[in-house]
Design a protein around this ligand. Structure first.
Ligand code: SF4
Ligand code: FES
Length: 372
């Protein structure tokens, strides 16, 4: 049998061979690095995803070996298949960079700039996208559209105001669970993610909508306002789960497990297990296994050093030489402040992760109750 024919495609002057049917985005992911266009709606594990957000636009400067004409308009790389001899420009095209900045501006028209209080801050793809591809100013002077917050069942909160209508959560509910009760209703400026008559999403695997949501529109109610993601330490862990592969990441602070999520790859997508099982996790693993003893810890997650989550979690750090002793003639610095071994404010007996809702000063008052 003859070997399958491969197509040659050149992206930003780097040539690679891929199988026919591969999209430009997938080919660019094979090259990796900055050559890869950002993707807000495409998710390789969800059938039909892509083509909604236009952040992955690229310029095709040569259609193929047989027809070398360029494509007249920029194309969505997540939905355009490569042709043999195709030449594509991403970061080497000013048209693309200009258009992408326009897409970011459009996505931000209705998105609130509430990163300081949003749980997704630090792992929000829109935050990264606007930082890397957006412009500093805004030309928008009108009121942004706003929606009421909705609790979708006991575990998930929908903050529609932050939604960018990428459809990932709709595909997740469609393809992972046996019953979808939410979707995108209405059109244009009125379009919104909604459930019929506030029906809760209570399927075993519905928690995965939180992991696929690129922004802070779908958040974990058991984690909301509990901690900033960069203060927590992600560790890889697994458990023997009868429902899913139990292949997760624990977000810990000290011994407390604040959050459980699926493990994500460098593109922010759920990773399959090494033996090829799907990495989507069930609600029990995600929301109800919040003790270290529930898990077999494998070790710290390797965090991309460009991520804010990598803050203070460097491996092999070379610290500058300590000069204080030399200057002070080897005398120890005097401690003027009254430093206790155990903080009297943050009581060690109180597990922040177990408090329902965000912690308030009431939680730290005597007997856990506010004195009147
Ligand atoms: S809620 Fe999140 S995942 Fe769902 S469409 Fe909106 S942005 Fe996408
Ligand atoms: S990722 Fe291609 S259009 Fe959204």
């Amino acid at each position: 049998m003859s070997e399958q024919q491969q197509f040659k495609v050149t992206i930003d002057n780097i040539t690679i061979e891929v199988a026919p049917g591969t999209t430009i985005l997938q080919a660019a992911r094979k090259i990796g690095g900055e050559v890869t266009p950002p993707a807000m709606c495409y998710y390789s594990k969800l059938k039909g995803s892509g083509g909604k957000c236009r952040t992955c636009l690229v310029e095709v400067s040569k259609g193929s070996e047989k027809d070398s004409r360029p494509m007249p308009k920029l194309v969505a790389s997540c939905r355009t298949a490569v042709m043999d001899g195709m030449e594509v420009k991403n970061i080497t095209s000013n048209r693309v960079l200009e258009a992408r900045a326009g897409v970011v501006e459009l996505l931000l028209i209705n998105h609130p700039l509430d990163c300081p209080i949003c749980d997704q801050a630090g792992e929000c793809h829109l935050q990264d996208l606007s930082y890397e591809h957006g412009k500093a100013g805004t030309r928008y002077e009108f009121q942004r559209r706003t929606f009421e917050k909705h609790d979708l069942g006991p575990y998930i909160q929908l903050h529609m105001t932050r939604c960018i209508l990428c459809y990932r959560c709709v595909y997740t509910a469609d393809q992972l669970t046996n019953r979808r009760v939410h979707g995108i209703l209405d059109r244009g400026d009125h379009a919104e993610i909604a459930t019929y008559i506030a029906k809760s999403l209570d399927n075993d695997f519905i928690g995965n909508v939180i992991d696929v949501c690129p922004v802070g529109a779908l958040t974990d109610r058991t984690f909301r306002f509990k901690n900033r993601v960069w203060f927590t330490k992600p560790v890889n862990a697994h458990r023997d789960c009868p429902t899913c592969a139990g292949y997760v990441q624990l977000w810990m602070r000290g011994d407390e497990v604040f959050r459980v999520t699926g493990r994500k790859d460098e593109w922010g997508e759920i990773m399959d297990t090494p033996d090829g099982r799907p990495g989507w996790i069930c609600n029990i693993c995600r929301f109800e296994k919040k003790h270290v003893s529930d898990w077999i810890i494998e070790g710290p997650t390797n965090v991309n050093r460009h991520s804010v989550i990598a803050q203070n979690k460097y491996i092999g750090v070379k610290k500058p030489e300590e000069t204080f002793g030399k200057l002070m003639d080897h005398r120890k610095p005097r401690i003027f402040m009254d430093i206790h071994d155990v903080s009297e404010i943050n009581k060690p007996t109180i597990d922040l992760s177990l408090i329902e809702g965000p912690a308030t000063s009431d939680d730290f008052n005597e007997n856990g109750k506010e004195k009147k």
